[in-house]
Design a protein around this ligand. Structure first.
Ligand code: AP5
Length: 219
C-alpha cells in the first residue's frame, strides 16, 4: 500500500502514521522529521531549511523533493509500501512525486485527507511534546506521558518544537490554506482522495484506517 497523508498542521498525521507503521509493515516518511534531523545535525540543508521552518514557511520544493525521492528509491519503500507524511505540500511537489513514482513503477494507491477543525489544530499544536531521543509524540492533555516531561517509551526528555509557538502556528495554518489545501481538489479529481476526520481520537481514527485498509485488501 502506498499512501499520502494529507492535512493541516497538527491534524495527527505523524501520530497515526506511528500507530499504522507498528501494526502494518508500512514505511513512514515525514519530510518534517527529515528536515528536523538535518537541522539537528547542522547540515547545509538543515541550515537553509531552519530559516523557513522557524517562520512557519515552506522549505524549497527542490530540497524536500530530493530528500523524498532518495528515500523512495530505497529497498524498504519498494518491499513494504509507504506513508508519505507532510509531502507533497504544493502542486509542484505533487507533480514531482507522480513522476518519481511512475519512474519507479510504484504508483500511489490513496491520499488520505485528515479534515480537521481549527480548534482541534490549535489545541493539539500548543500542547504537543516530543521525545528528544526516540521522537515519540505526546500531548500534555490528550496523550500525556506517565511522568511529566519524560518519554514513556525510552525515558528521554520531552521538548516543544520551535514552530509550535502561537505566532508560528498561525502562519503555518495560513501557509497550509494558501499553498497546500488545493491538493485536496487535485487528488479528488484524480479519484484518489479518501477523507477521514482528524478530530477523532487516536483509537477511533485507527479503526477508520483499519476499515480502509481492509477494503483495499491489506490485512
Ligand atoms: P511538519 O513536521 O510536516 O509539520 P506539519 O505538517 O505542520 O505537521 P505536524 O507535524 O505539525 O502535525 P501532525 O499532523 O503530524 O500532528 P501530530 O501527529 O504531531 O513540517 C514542519 C515544517 O517543515 C513546515 O512548516 C515546513 O517549514 C517544513 N516542511 C515539511 N515538509 C515540507 C514540504 N513537503 N515542503 C516544504 N516544507 C516542508 O499531532 C499533533 C499533536 O496532537 C500531538 O501532541 C499529538 O499527541 C496530538 N494528537 C495527534 N493525534 C491525535 C488524536 N487523534 N487525538 C488527540 N490528540 C492527538
Amino acid at each position: 500500500m502506498r499512501l499520502v497523508l494529507l492535512g493541516p498542521p497538527g491534524a495527527g498525521k505523524g501520530t497515526q502514521a506511528g500507530v499504522l507503521s507498528k501494526n502494518y509493515s508500512l514505511m513512514h516518511m515525514s519530510t518534517g522529521d527529515l528536515l528536523r534531523e538535518a537541522v539537528k545535525n547542522n547540515t547545509d540543508v538543515g541550515v537553509q531549511a531552519k530559516v523557513f521552518m522557524d517562520r512557519g514557511e515552506l522549505v524549497s520544493d527542490e530540497i524536500v523533493a530530493r530528500m523524498i525521492t532518495e528515500k523512495l528509491k530505497g529497498a524498504d519503500a519498494k518491499a513494504s509500501g509507504f506513508m508519505l507524511d507532510g509531502f507533497p505540500r504544493t502542486k509542484n511537489q505533487a507533480q514531482i512525486l507522480e513522476q518519481a513514482l511512475t519512474d519507479l513503477k510504484m504508483p500511489l494507491d490513496l491520499v488520505i485527507y485528515f479534515k480537521t477543525s481549527e480548534a482541534t489544530i490549535l489545541k493539539r499544536l500548543t500542547g504537543r511534546r516530543i521525545c528528544r531521543s526516540c521522537g515519540q509524540i505526546f500531548h500534555i492533555t490528550n496523550i500525556p506521558p506517565k511522568t511529566e516531561g519524560i518519554c514513556d517509551v525510552c525515558g528521554g526528555e520531552l521538548y516543544q518544537r520551535d514552530d509550535d509557538k502561537k505566532a508560528t502556528i498561525k502562519n503555518r495554518i495560513k501557509v497550509y490554506n494558501e499553498q497546500t489545501s488545493e491538493l485536496i481538489d487535485y487528488y479528488n479529481q484524480k479519484k484518489m482522495l479518501k477523507e477521514v476526520s482528524g478530530d477523532l481520537d487516536v483509537g477511533e481514527l485507527y479503526s477508520v484506517f483499519k476499515d480502509i485498509f481492509k477494503k483495499a485488501g491489506l490485512k
